[in-house]
Design a protein around this ligand. Structure first.
Ligand SMILES: Cc1cc2nc3c(=O)[nH]c(=O)nc-3n(C[C@H](O)[C@H](O)[C@H](O)COP(=O)(O)OP(=O)(O)OC[C@H]3O[C@@H](n4cnc5c(N)ncnc54)[C@H](O)[C@@H]3O)c2cc1C
Length: 329
C-alpha cells in the first residue's frame, strides 16, 4: 500500500513513497522497522507529518507510519504509545487534573515525535516531564529503554536530531497533581496570569489559533510545519550588533537567543511574501511559518526557505536553521 506524503503531512507536499507500512501496535512497529532495515532500503518513520517537508520524488523510500495508540496511567506516571495524537494526550492529562504539558496544547503530531525535537511552547517543553522512552535502535534492532538523562535534550533538540536513528515506540511522562508552575512566557503573551491546567489549555489554544498555529482545514495559514526556523542562539558580543528593539532572551550560559521572526521581518520580508507565482508563501499571520497556499510542490517550499535564509544571512550575518525535517532533498 502507498499514498503520497502530500496527503499525510500538514505542509501537504511530498511524492509517493515506494511503500507505506502502517503500524497499529508496538510489536507491529518493531516488526516493520526491523524488517525494512534488514533490506537496506531507505526508510522514514512518520507520525502526524507536522514537522516534515518531503521532496516530490520519494520513489525509493519506505515509510513506516506510527498508528499504535494507548495511554497507561499509574498515578502521575503515564506511558503513551508513539502513535497517540499529541493534543488528545494533552487533553487527557488536563481532564485528569494533571499538570506538566498543558502549555503544549494544540501542537499537532504524535507523542512518539515529541521527544525528537523536544517540543515546546509558552514556557514548557517535553524535556521537563519525559522520564523514559522505548527505542528500537537502527540498524541493530536492539530494543532499549532510554532514561531522560540519555536523550541529550536541548532547545528543539535531542540525540534523535543528531544522528541517533531508530524508532521510539512509547514515551513515559511524570506529571504532577496540583497547581501548575507560573508560565512567564504565557503571562507575557496574554497579559495576565492563569492558574489551572484547564485555563492554560484554553488560553494557549486561543493564542495559537490567532497565529495560525492550530491546524484548521479552513485556514491556509495552518498548512505548514509551524515555525520553519529555530530562534538562533548567538554570543552576547554578536548580539550587540543587533538593534536593541529586537526581542532577545539571555540564556543560562551567557549566550543570547534572538527572534527568528524579527530577523525575517527586518530583512525586508513581509507576512504573506512569496516568490513570483510560487504557491509557497510566508504565513499571513506569522513570519516564521512557511505555508502551502494550495498545490505547492516540495521544491517550492524548499526554494522559499533557501531565499529566506539568504536574505537573513545577507542582512544580519546569521544562518537560520530549519526546524522541520527535510526528507529526500
Ligand atoms: C501549525 C503547527 C504548529 C506547530 N507548533 C509547534 C510548537 O509550538 N512547538 C514545537 O515544538 N513544534 C511545533 N510544531 C511542529 C510539530 O508539530 C512537532 O515537531 C511535532 O512533534 C511533530 O510530530 P509529528 O508526529 O507530526 O512528527 P512527523 O512530522 O511525522 O516527524 C517529525 C520527525 O520525527 C521523526 N519521528 C516521528 N515519529 C517518530 C518515532 N516514533 N520515532 C522516531 N522518530 C520519529 C520523523 O522521522 C521526523 O524526523 C508545529 C507544527 C505545525 C504544523
Amino acid at each position: 500500500m502507498t499514498r503520497p506524503l502530500s496527503e499525510l503531512t500538514t505542509m501537504q507536499v511530498g511524492g509517493t513513497p515506494a511503500e507505506l507500512l502502517e503500524a497499529h501496535s508496538r510489536d507491529q512497529l518493531i516488526e516493520f522497522a526491523t524488517g525494512v532495515w534488514a533490506t537496506g532500503e531507505d526508510w522514514l518513520v512518520l507520525g502526524g507529518g507536522s514537522n516534515i517537508v518531503a521532496a516530490d520524488d520519494l520513489s525509493e523510500l519506505t515509510v513506516i507510519r506510527t498508528l499504535n495508540r494507548g495511554i497507561d496511567r499509574d498515578g502521575t506516571r503515564l506511558r503513551v504509545q508513539a502513535g497517540e495524537n499529541w493534543d488528545e494526550f494533552v487533553a487527557f492529562t488536563v481532564d485528569a487534573g494533571l499538570t506538566g504539558v498543558e502549555a503544549l496544547s494544540g501542537i499537532p503530531g504524535s507523542v512518539g515525535a515529541a521527544p525528537v525535537q523536544n517540543i515546546g511552547g509558552y514556557g514548557q517543553e517535553v524535556a521537563d516531564t519525559i522520564t523514559r522512552v522505548e527505542f528500537v535502535e537502527y540498524p541493530s534492532g536492539e530494543i532499549r529503554v532510554l532514561e531522560a538523562s540519555e536523550l541529550g535534550f536541548g532547545y528543539r533538540d535531542s540525540i534523535f536530531k543528531r544522528g541517533c536513528q531508530g524508532v521510539i515506540t512509547w514515551v513515559e511522562f511524570e506529571l504532577s497533581e496540583g497547581s501548575p508552575a507560573l508560565l512567564d512566557r504565557l503571562t507575557q503573551a496574554i497579559g495576565r496570569e492563569v492558574s489551572t491546567p484547564a485555563e492554560i489549555r484554553r488560553e494557549v489554544l486561543a493564542t495559537r489559533a490567532a497565529k495560525g498555529m492550530v491546524l484548521d482545514a479552513n485556514d491556509r495559514d495552518t498548512f505548514s510545519c509551524g515555525s520553519f526556523f529555530t530562534n538562533p542562539i548567538v554570543s552576547e558580543g554578536f548580539s550587540l550588533g543587533i538593534p536593541s528593539e529586537a526581542p532577545r532572551w539571555l540564556q543560562e550560559d551567557g549566550s543570547v537567543k534572538l527572534s527568528a521572526a524579527w530577523l525575517i521581518e527586518n530583512s525586508g520580508l513581509r507576512k504573506g511574501f512569496s516568490l513570483g507565482a510560487s504557491k509557497a508563501a510566508i504565513s499571513s499571520k506569522h513570519s516564521l511559518a512557511i505555508t502551502n497556499r494550495g498545490g505547492a510542490s516540495g521544491e517550492e517550499v524548499a526554494e522559499l526557505a533557501r531565499f529566506i535564509q539568504h536574505q537573513v544571512a545577507n542582512r544580519w550575518g546569521i544562518n537560520l536553521e530549519p526546524e522541520p525535517n527535510l526528507i529526500g532533498f
